[in-house]
Design a protein around this ligand. Structure first.
Ligand SMILES: [Ca+2]
Ligand SMILES: [Ca+2]
Ligand SMILES: [Ca+2]
Ligand SMILES: [Ca+2]
Length: 457
């Protein structure tokens, strides 16, 4: 079977207004960073003027667009995904996705383009670098003094990981200081925890890691890719955010002082207005682009060279592509509600060897109360994949082992692991709690939630 790999691209339009920005050719984690602008540029959503507030960014679908009606549900789903701002893993879905193998998933691409329209750029070098093939997956950077991209994938053979040798290329990717794992989040996200400066990398790391799907495997995480990473294949979906998508938007939300918890912080909510041109961001299927593009216009905030606010966004999709329009409206919270926590955090945490580790699950079956289901707890670890069995022991197995089969029931909180990490190997672990909508001993993971933690010396 033949799969095309097409790349959503973005471009930045020029305007004649004196304060507005010209188009850079390089892009990083934030739009407008690099090129003719400062590499430290943080780009903020429409409406931010340097004072703390809740930004409402409106989204509409062009009435002139082909498939305008078909776009309504996937656009609302993508808006809802950004508004929830929940980090996930295993967000690259091929099997288990409802996208036909020869179609491109409109919802996934709309999610990516809405990220551009809020100021997020590609974390990888992407097609705007002019590079070919997998070289586009190196971490976003400028060419540096020698004016060429220095590309060496390092000893692990994986492009975009911590051992890449990048010469004088100036890193544009904001990373978790001292951690450099784009699938993990600290509680506070601002300049005290995130940096572009390679001196803030952990000892032994050479470059900022970007959240590429091949890189996720190095962290014992199921196929996961940052939504803002460029590139989607036919037949797959990426409808949920990864940690670095959340981190980058929240870094911007720490405001112009880049300190969380001060008066210049903002929150942002995308608001769907329906089929109308009268919105900050308007989507259309027209014939202007290869796959898709978000054209944005930005303006410096109070003449600050490092802070730019987007004025408006225009998202174009190529009508010649075979698009799949998902017609399942996702609700604000998944039903049933499935949750796992690590030391009472819902996303991720950092542990020292010897710290205590507590893993808990919760389940609210909602309207599915009593339906038969398989229950699973899967741990991907530095020693391989483990499954919690019905004796609540982790068993190493490449074949799924269920922890329980029976009716969906209300579980307010259940602790299945509470122990020291003294004897656990160093590295990154991900643990997924999943329930199915059937009881057949086959791992479907219809509803799931995962947490990630690291153990360091
Ligand atoms: Ca590498
Ligand atoms: Ca260079
Ligand atoms: Ca602030
Ligand atoms: Ca099953």
């Amino acid at each position: 079977m033949h799969f095309n790999r097409l790349y959503p691209i973005h471009a930045i339009s020029l305007t004649l207004m004196a304060l507005l920005l010209v188009a850079p050719t390089a892009a990083g984690v934030f739009e407008f960073a690099g090129g003719t602008n400062s590499v430290d540029v943080i780009t903020h959503p429409t409406g931010y003027d340097g004072t703390g507030r809740k930004l409402i960014v409106t989204v509409g679908i062009s009435p002139a667009s082909a498939h305008a009606g078909d776009m309504e549900i996937p656009v609302q789903n993508a808006i809802n995904t950004w508004n929830r701002l929940v980090p996930t893993i295993a967000n690259v879905m091929t099997t288990g996705s409802n996208v036909p193998s020869d179609h491109f998933d409109f919802e996934s691409v709309a999610l990516h383009e809405l990220g551009h329209c809020m100021g997020l750029a590609h974390p990888n070098l992407a097609s705007e670098s002019g590079l070919a093939g997998s070289d586009k997956n190196y971490t976003a950077a400028t060419r540096g003094d020698n004016n060429v991209f220095d590309l060496d994938r390092g000893a692990d053979g994986i492009i975009g990981s911590s051992d890449d040798i990048r010469g004088d290329d100036v890193n544009l990717h904001w990373f978790f200081k001292g951690v450099n794992n784009p699938f993990l989040l600290p509680e506070v996200i601002d300049k005290t925890t995130y940096s572009r400066d390679l001196n803030d990398l952990p000892a032994g790391h050479r470059y900022a890691v970007n959240g590429d799907r091949d890189v996720s495997k190095l962290f014992n995480i199921e196929k996961t890719e940052v939504v803002m990473q460029q590139g989607i294949q036919a037949g797959e979906s990426q409808r949920a955010l990864a940690a670095d998508d959340v981190a980058t938007l929240r870094l911007g939300m720490s405001g112009v002082d880049m300190i969380a918890g001060t008066p210049d912080d903002y929150t942002v909510e995308l608001q769907y207005l329906g089929i109308t041109e009268n919105a900050h961001i308007v989507l259309a299927l027209d014939d202007k682009v290869d796959l898709s593009v978000c054209k944005i216009v930005g303006n410096h905030i109070n003449n600050d060279e490092n802070h730019i606010a987007i004025q408006s966004g225009e998202i174009s999709f190529n009508p010649g592509i075979l698009w799949f329009f998902n017609q399942e409206l996702t609700v604000a919270q998944s039903i049933p509600y499935v949750a796992i926590s690590v030391n009472d955090r819902a996303d991720s945490t950092l542990l020292r060897q010897g710290d205590n580790l507590v893993l808990r699950v919760a389940l609210d079956p909602g309207v599915r109360n009593g339906n038969l289901a398989d229950y699973w707890v899967k741990a991907m670890t530095p020693m391989g994949t483990f499954w919690l069995n019905d004796q609540l022991q982790f068993i190493a197995s490449d074949t799924p082992i269920s922890v329980y089969g029976g009716a969906l029931m209300n579980i307010p909180s259940f602790t299945f692991f509470d122990s020291t990490t003294q004897d656990l190997p160093l590295g990154t672990y991900s643990v997924t709690f999943a329930v199915d909508d059937n009881r057949d001993q086959i791992y479907n993971a219809t509803f799931k939630h995962a947490v990630i933690f690291t153990i360091s010396p």
